[in-house]
Write a protein that binds this ligand. Structure first.
Ligand SMILES: O=P(O)(O)OC[C@@]1(O)O[C@H](CO)[C@@H](O)[C@@H]1O
Length: 398
């Protein structure tokens, strides 16, 4: 039997480490941002105070006995982690539970008047309406009349680099890191590129089904949707399934409401982009494009532990594309892998061909060749792993 590789799980406890910074600095900043986004009442401010105290200096508290998802969270690890410091349990788990409690604090799960109000919506909408988004969309006009391969490659890269547009990431990264790369120093680049394999997995008959597991709303979801629209319109796939989050998560992760906002934005835009929007609209109407919001999409666990129904969904797809940093961490396991660990070895459990399109915004990485790793370490002192300036297109199960 081939040996399945393993490595230590990332925890948040080491001061100065990237995960520690997220728990100790990014989470309090997110609480501040949420307080400023809405005219919440005293009850919500008190709950946010309590969450701030708990997540920085306290311990993991249980969910209320009547919480709708208490049993699910107990099974996802709450039963084992209750009473422990947020910094001593798997980092992925702490982050995920933070978002669950944040939504509770602002009344998202209800019942009550704030039920279903996304605390991150103002920031998501501001991004969707930003002038930069218009400029990016206008670039589609230049692709009209391009050869199929050129257009598809441009749209694939649009979707890949769209992943840099992550609002949570911008809260703690310096503006240079979160923007177009450190000016003049490290040009954005793809450090592992299996895109030929990715295209080869879509059968020429055009009968395949693409599962796209979305990451951020706004300026990432828009290019994801353009890619899907293009593949459907040009007969590269027959159907597409878009997986989104069942509730707001990691600040800017896409929910069904964000899909609606993005499709409406496209259909209202001038130029070629409106056609993409219309094609998405009709693909949703006739069932060629469906949206799923599985509870496991907001779980604190790696995909290796996905439930049977989600596994069946992915198994039914011709290819599953996972977007973004968090999905990557969950796909390969949130562990200190040596970067040369083969991507195929750590994703062998996945129920079908799988591709990751991800800019690097956390330290987890696999599938690099030794020369690439050495060159990056020699010139960039670890910065390449977390700055969002480098990206991977990795495929396994081909
Ligand atoms: O999944 P995304 O949007 O690409 O990135 C999510 C992210 O910003 O959040 C995590 C820290 O909270 C990191 O894994 C990563 O930097």
């Amino acid at each position: 039997m081939p040996e399945i590789p393993t490595a230590p799980v990332l925890l948040g406890g080491e001061p100065g480490s990237f995960p520690h910074g997220v728990l100790a600095e990014r989470h309090p900043a997110i609480i501040r941002q949420v307080r400023e986004a809405f005219p919440y009442g005293p009850e919500q401010h008190r709950a946010l105070d309590a969450l701030l105290e708990s997540c920085t200096a306290g311990v993991i508290e249980p969910l209320p006995a009547d919480a709708h998802d208490r049993d699910r969270w107990q099974a996802w690890g709450l039963a084992a982690y209750e009473g422990r410091s947020w910094f001593d349990v798997p980092w992925l788990w702490s982050e995920s539970y933070f978002y669950r409690l944040l939504l509770d604090a602002v009344g998202y799960f209800g019942p009550g008047p704030w039920q279903g109000i996304d605390p991150f919506r103002p920031a998501k909408l501001a991004e969707l309406d930003a002038p930069d988004t218009d400029e990016e969309l206008a670039a589609l006009d230049d692709l009209e009349g391009a050869a199929d391969a050129e257009r598809s490659t441009a749209l694939l890269h649009g979707s890949l680099w769209g992943n840099r547009a992550d609002l949570g990431f911008r809260l703690s990264a310096s503006s240079a890191d979160a923007g177009a790369g450190r000016a003049g120093q490290d040009a954005p680049r793809v450090i592992a590129d299996d895109s030929d394999t990715l295209w080869s997995l879509l059968p020429p008959s055009g009968t395949g089904t693409l599962c796209l597991v979305a990451d951020n709303a706004g300026r990432e979801l828009v290019p994801d949707l353009l890619l899907v629209a293009d593949l459907l319109a040009h007969g590269r796939v027959e159907n597409a399934v878009l997986h989104v989050k069942p509730y707001p998560y990691y600040v800017s992760d896409a929910t069904t409401a964000d899909v609606v906002d993005a499709v409406r934005r496209l259909t209202a835009a001038p130029g070629a982009v409106r056609g993409y929007g219309r094609r998405l609209w009709s693909a949703m109407a006739d069932g060629r494009l469906t949206v799923r919001a599985h509870p496991f999409s907001c779980s604190p666990l790696p995909y290796a532990e996905m439930p049977g129904d989600l596994r069946e969904d992915f198994a039914a797809g011709t290819l599953t594309v996972l977007k973004g940093d968090l999905n990557y961490r969950r796909l390969v396991g949130d562990r200190r892998w040596p970067p040369t660990t083969p991507f195929g070895d750590v994703t062998g459990y996945f129920p079908g061909p799988v591709a990751a399109l991800r800019t690097l915004k956390s330290e987890v990485v696999t599938g690099l060749d030794a020369r690439t790793e050495a060159a990056l370490d020699a010139t960039e002192d670890g910065h390449w792993r977390t700055s969002g300036t480098h990206a991977v297109i990795q495929v396994s199960g081909a």
